[in-house]
Each structure stands twice: as structure tokens, then as C-alpha cells.
Design a binder for this molecule. Structure first.
Ligand code: GCO
Ligand code: MG
Length: 453
């Protein structure tokens, strides 16, 4: 069959069509991207108003209650509008400051305040290496401050942005600690009379430090290690805890919920045996039976006893607790929410817990700042699977530094309807209490071996 010669002009026409096709294709491509961009409407409340941007991210340190606190202040392009967040890593407070003042400030300047999750994730990966206590705390300060700003702009308390109220207020537990069981029982009774339903009982410091008489351990007699190092008689501690529960239950009755923090200070197998021996005293929860390095032991603990367990103030990242939560190896998640990066990740942890009946019991002693406590409280008020909140009473100095400090009434942290996190900072007052450069004390066994604090 004879091949048809293509007339020149038809080839030209074909080439023209081809070019036209591809340019329209290209035009289509660009126009579709442009068209897609056009679908992203400037939100109504922004139309006509330039987006509110971050002008400065800076750290404020203070220690009015004795604990080193780090607060992040995010200043914005809207006059008078700023947000506060907690970045408190009390044992290394000074190293969190440059992560905020140098890196986060540079990273955030000029950016829109509204896109919190995007800001969180972009800042989180911007260091490439991530998931550590210093950078997570800095990130938390930024994150909480952005939620504070969004609440102020929406003229709503943050809990409303997190889904609204799920309960009247935030039930708390308070600490009863004394070197004698009589002293502990008196405090428990006092707190019950003041309206608390949940009380944590500790004899002496963690691991019973200072409660078992003046004992000179062998390592001190041998002048080994520093004079300031502490000593814990683990065996004595393990014998005393059941006796403490027994005495307090007999003195204060069956109704009060009793909690205890083991602070991961004994060998895992010892912890399992001791917790089993507490079943009859119905603890509300036993906290930190193991250190985060010993998560594998939870399987055996779970198989040994049904005493409720709480874990997690030392957790920094999802890899440490996602699977143990999903396999229900403990009942309460105790994250120090600035240690995991703030409200944004804490809400994700709470939601994860909901599906596995793991309730929240966020870390909240004196080295969570009042701003951090407000962040805890707003989450606690909103999420379904709230368990209990560690309570803290703030002295006058702290209240003077932090106007809007959360208060406890009848055992409840009261969350107000103030916009944002409902708390402020008086920087002049804060400057009166400079932070100190101290870490956690060192604790040793009789022979001088280190005990994880
Ligand atoms: C708790 C904690 C604290 C920590 C302290 C460390 O349950 O409240 O265990 O007491 O030891 O926050 O700085
Ligand atoms: Mg604890």
C-alpha cells in the first residue's frame, strides 16, 4: 500500500496543534494549580485584615516557688496581642533558653500565628534530630503560646477550641508526705476535710529517703562519691510501703483514693512483688514502677496484678509510649506535657488513650509552671478520657509573678472563662527570682551503686 506523503502544511498544522495542546496542557496545569490556589479562600475573619504574624519568640525564666521555670512569650503584629507557653525543663532550664531565643525566634518571625499544627510539625522537623527534652520543651512553649493567642483572638478559653467542656471542673490529687505513717495519715485526713477525694501518700522522699532514721551507708563511711549524694535503702522502702497503705487505710477509711509514686527506684522484679502486695488496699494508681528504660517489664507486671498503673512523666516521644498504650500496659498516661512538645501533641496522646482506656493524669508538681498547669487544665476539661490531674498549690510569690494562677477549690482546679489560657506573667516580678543551675540529686545504694532518680 502506497505511503501517503504528508502535505507540508498538514505537518505544520499538526505541530501547531501539538504545541497548542501542550501549552494548553501546561496552561491547564498552571491554571489548575492557580485554580486550586484560588479555591483556598482567605478566611472571612482575615479578609481585609493582614494575617497576624509572629514578631518575636522569647524565653522568660523565673523561680518564685523554688523550681526553675521557663516561659515562652510569643509577640505578634497585633498591638497588645501575645501568648504564653510553658517550656519548663527544670533540671536544664538554662539550655532551653537559647533553643527558644536563637532558633525558634528565627524560625517563627513573620509567620502566621494561626496554623498551629503546621508550625509545630515544621519546627519539630527543622532540627532534623528531634524528640529530646530540650527541643521539645522549647517547642511546647511556642505551641502553648499559639493556642493562647488563638483563644484570645477567638475570645474563647482554650478548652472551647479543644472541643468544649466534658466535666464541671478538673479533679486533682494532692501530696501527703511525712517521715512517719502517723504524720501521713494526719495530712490525708486534713486534705479530705479540705475537699480532696484523691491523695498521694509518700513516706519521706522518693524511695523513702530520709524516713528511715539516720543511717550511714557504707559508701558514705568509705567517703565514696559526693557529700551531697543521697542514700535509699530499697529493701526497707519495699517493706514500708504496704505498712504505710495499711495504716492510712485503717486511719482514714475506705473512701479516700490513695496514690503512690515509686519513682522507678527499685529493681523491676522487686517493684512487681511490692505492687502485688498492695492489691487489698485498692490504690487509685501506683506510679512509675519502672524507669522508661525498663518498659519491657510491664508485660510481666500486667500479668501479675490488676493494681492500676500510671506511667510517663519521663517520656519524651511517641516511640516510648504508643505501643504500651495500645497494648494497655498501664492505665494512666502521666506525660509532662512540655516534655513532649505542648498541647498539640498532648491532645493526640489523649485521643490515642481514649481508644485503649488509658486515661490522662498529666504531670503537674511545682516544676510545671502555672502556665503549664493551665495548659493541663484546659485539656483535662475537654477530653473524654480524663483520669485525674496532679494538683499544685501556688504561694503568693508565684501568684504575683503569674496573675491568673489556677486555684483549687474542693479538690478541683477551677478553669475560668478567660480567653486563651487565662494566665499572664509580670516580668518585673519574675526577674526577682533568677533560676539556679541545679539538676536532680544523685541517689545511691548502700554500696554506692547509682539508683535512677
Ligand atoms: C511527680 C514527680 C515529681 C518529679 C519532679 C522532677 O510525680 O510529681 O515524680 O516529683 O520528681 O518533677 O523534677
Ligand atoms: Mg512522679
Amino acid at each position: 500500500m502506497r505511503k501517503l506523503e504528508q502535505p507540508v502544511n498538514s505537518r505544520r498544522k499538526a505541530l501547531k496543534m501539538l504545541a497548542l495542546g501542550s501549552s494548553t496542557g501546561l496552561f491547564g496545569l498552571f491554571s489548575s494549580a492557580k485554580a486550586r490556589a484560588e479555591n483556598y479562600e482567605t478566611p472571612g475573619y482575615q479578609r481585609g485584615a493582614p494575617p497576624v504574624t509572629i514578631t518575636k519568640v522569647r524565653a522568660i525564666t523565673t523561680a518564685p516557688g523554688g523550681s526553675n521555670l521557663v516561659i515562652v512569650k510569643v509577640e505578634t503584629s497585633e498591638p497588645g496581642l501575645y501568648g504564653l507557653g510553658c517550656a519548663t525543663f527544670t533540671q536544664r532550664a538554662a539550655v532551653v533558653v537559647p533553643a527558644i531565643d536563637i532558633y525558634l525566634n528565627e524560625f517563627c518571625k513573620g509567620r502566621d500565628v494561626d496554623n498551629i499544627d503546621d508550625m509545630w510539625m515544621s519546627a519539630y522537623v527543622s532540627s532534623y534530630w528531634r524528640n529530646g527534652p530540650v527541643l521539645n520543651n522549647a517547642l511546647s512553649g511556642l505551641d502553648q503560646a499559639l493556642w493562647d493567642i488563638k483563644g484570645k483572638r477567638a475570645k474563647m478559653p482554650v478548652y472551647q477550641l479543644l472541643g468544649g467542656r466534658s466535666r464541671i471542673n478538673v479533679d486533682t490529687y494532692i501530696h501527703a508526705s511525712s517521715t512517719t505513717v502517723e504524720g501521713i495519715a494526719d495530712q490525708v485526713q486534713k486534705f479530705m476535710d479540705q475537699g480532696w477525694r484523691h491523695v498521694r501518700i509518700q513516706q519521706g522522699g522518693y524511695g523513702g529517703v530520709g524516713a528511715f532514721g539516720e543511717v550511714v551507708p557504707d559508701f558514705k563511711a568509705a567517703n565514696y562519691a559526693r557529700k551531697t549524694d543521697g542514700y535509699s535503702d530499697q529493701a526497707e522502702y519495699l517493706r514500708r510501703v504496704p505498712k504505710m497503705f495499711d495504716y492510712v487505710r485503717k486511719k482514714c477509711g475506705e473512701k479516700v483514693e490513695l496514690l503512690h509514686d515509686m519513682h522507678e527506684q527499685v529493681e523491676p522484679i522487686q517493684a512487681i512483688n511490692m505492687i502485688k502486695s498492695l492489691e487489698d488496699y485498692r490504690p487509685f494508681f501506683i506510679e512509675d514502677p519502672f524507669s522508661p528504660e525498663n518498659m519491657l517489664w510491664f508485660k510481666q507486671l500486667r500479668a501479675t496484678t490488676s493494681v492500676p498503673l500510671a506511667m510517663g512523666e519521663l517520656f519524651n516521644n511517641i516511640n516510648e509510649f504508643r505501643d504500651p498504650m495500645a497494648s494497655q500496659q498501664f492505665d494512666f498516661i502521666r506525660c509532662h506535657i512540655s516534655q513532649i512538645g505542648g498541647i498539640t501533641p498532648a491532645m493526640k496522646v489523649a485521643r490515642l488513650g481514649e481508644w485503649y482506656n488509658v486515661r490522662t493524669a498529666w504531670h503537674g508538681p511545682g516544676d510545671t509552671s502555672p502556665v503549664g498547669h493551665q495548659a493541663n487544665n484546659h485539656i483535662d476539661l475537654a477530653v473524654y478520657n480524663f483520669g485525674i490531674q496532679e494538683g499544685q498549690m501556688f504561694n503568693e510569690k508565684v501568684q504575683a509573678v503569674f496573675p491568673g494562677c489556677p486555684i483549687i477549690k474542693n479538690g478541683y482546679f477551677i478553669v475560668t472563662e478567660e480567653p486563651g489560657l487565662g494566665i499572664d506573667i509580670n516580668e518585673k516580678e519574675a526577674a526577682k527570682y533568677p533560676i539556679k543551675y541545679n539538676g536532680m540529686g544523685t541517689l545511691r545504694k548502700n554500696d554506692g551503686g547509682i539508683i535512677k532518680p
